[in-house]
Each structure stands twice: as structure tokens, then as C-alpha cells.
Design a protein around this ligand. Structure first.
Ligand SMILES: C[S@@+](CC[C@H](N)C(=O)[O-])C[C@H]1O[C@@H](n2cnc3c(N)ncnc32)[C@H](O)[C@@H]1O
Length: 193
């Protein structure tokens, strides 16, 4: 299962946001693009992807949302914002809640999410323009790709992360987080991983 972790310092952490104005919901628009590029193919959904969204915005940070496609998952490209709204409304303190099939929500920090993935034996990569060329990286289906928001990854956490994870780059430009997801999916597809 290839895994993406998208960190957002500003994304809203409760369901009371306007789905028609996602930029004002702490740039939730970026998270929606990440979801679309993580899971959607033409006429198909990827069931080999796990997406972890970690939101640090107001009013109740941090929130960890995990999404996988199961046989029962209903994902609509037009309605990813409503999906996130519903998931956030289903949050219950003190437990990991399955808000709907394949979609979970809990309170968990960015570093805790990464630590748990590492504990499962996964290999963590930080996506960074200055990293090693992705085409030379040793990627397996157990790879975890950590991607920052419009301002990148938070400095303090990044310092800790660098001790356990390698930086990899998809090219010389700074790309949108969602574009990074697409390129990684394509790289993994091309390798047959
Ligand atoms: C819009 S960029 C963030 C720009 C931010 N000003 C910065 O300097 O990090 C969003 C995220 O995409 C990833 N990213 C962007 N360009 C990349 C590249 N060329 N190689 C690898 N990752 C990249 C990084 O994880 C980054 O945090």
C-alpha cells in the first residue's frame, strides 16, 4: 500500500466550514486537490493508496484523517469537501472513529502519525525540492511520502523527521502538493510498485 501524508498548518479542524469557500477554511482547497490526485484515475479509484491528512488549523488541532478506498467507499470527485466535512463532524474525543467506510478521524500529531507508520515497518521519505532525484530512490510499496502545505513542512517537526527520513525530489521546480502526489503515483505506476 503506497502511503501519502499531507500536512497542513492551517486546514480547518472542525466540519463547520463553507464547502464553497475552501480557501477561507485554511486552504482546504489544497487538501481536496491532494485527495483527488491521490485516488482518482479516469473511471477508476486507486485502492492501493492510503492517504493521511494532518490538519493543524483552528478550532481543535491536531486532527488526523486517514482515507483508503474500500469496496464500500463512495468517493465523488465533485464532493471531496463534503466528505472531509462529514469526517470531521464524526470526530469523537479519545478514540479513532471510522466516520464512514475506509475513512477515520482522530486527534493525533504529525510526528505521532509518522512514528506509527515507521513502527509498521514503512520507509519514510520527505518530499523536498533539494532532495535526491526520485528516479534514483529505492521505493517500495511500503514507502511513505510526506508532503507539506503552501508553506512547506513545519521547521521543528522537519528537524526531527530528517533523522529518520530521506529527502527526495521530483524536480527543480516548486510544485503544488497535489502535483507532487500525481508525479509520485505515476513514478510508482511506471515501476510497477
Ligand atoms: C507548494 S509546495 C510548498 C512551497 C513552500 N513555499 C516551500 O518552500 O516548501 C508544497 C509541498 O510540495 C512538495 N514539493 C514541492 N516541490 C517539490 C519538488 N520539486 N520535489 C519534491 N517535493 C516538492 C514539498 O513537500 C512542499 O512542502
Amino acid at each position: 500500500m503506497r502511503t501519502f501524508v499531507y500536512f497542513s498548518q492551517s486546514a480547518r479542524t472542525s466540519g463547520n466550514f463553507d464547502v464553497k469557500n475552501l480557501m477561507d477554511a485554511g486552504r482546504l482547497d489544497i487538501a481536496m486537490h491532494v485527495i483527488i490526485n491521490a485516488f482518482f484515475l479516469s473511471h477508476a479509484l486507486r485502492d492501493d493508496v492510503a492517504l493521511h491528512l494532518v490538519f493543524y488549523g483552528m478550532p481543535d488541532p491536531p486532527k488526523h484523517i486517514e482515507i483508503r478506498v474500500t469496496k464500500e467507499t463512495s468517493l465523488s470527485k465533485k464532493d471531496t469537501a463534503t466528505l472531509i466535512k462529514k469526517i470531521l463532524y464524526k470526530y469523537r474525543p479519545g478514540k479513532k472513529t471510522e466516520a464512514m467506510p475506509g475513512c477515520f478521524v482522530e486527534k493525533k500529531s504529525f510526528l505521532q502519525v509518522i512514528a506509527e507508520l515507521e513502527k509498521e515497518g514503512k520507509k519514510v521519505f520527505i518530499l523536498d525540492k533539494t532532495g535526491e532525484n526520485i528516479r534514483k530512490a529505492d521505493l517500495t510499496e511500503e514507502s511513505v511520502f510526506v508532503i507539506g502545505d503552501q508553506d512547506g513542512l513545519p521547521k521543528k517537526e522537519l528537524k526531527r523527521l530528517k533523522k529518520i527520513a530521506k529527502k527526495i525530489s521530483i524536480g527543480p521546480n516548486v510544485y503544488f502538493a497535489s502535483q507532487v502526489v500525481s508525479v509520485i503515483n505515476n513514478e510508482m505506476d511506471m515501476r510497477g510498485v
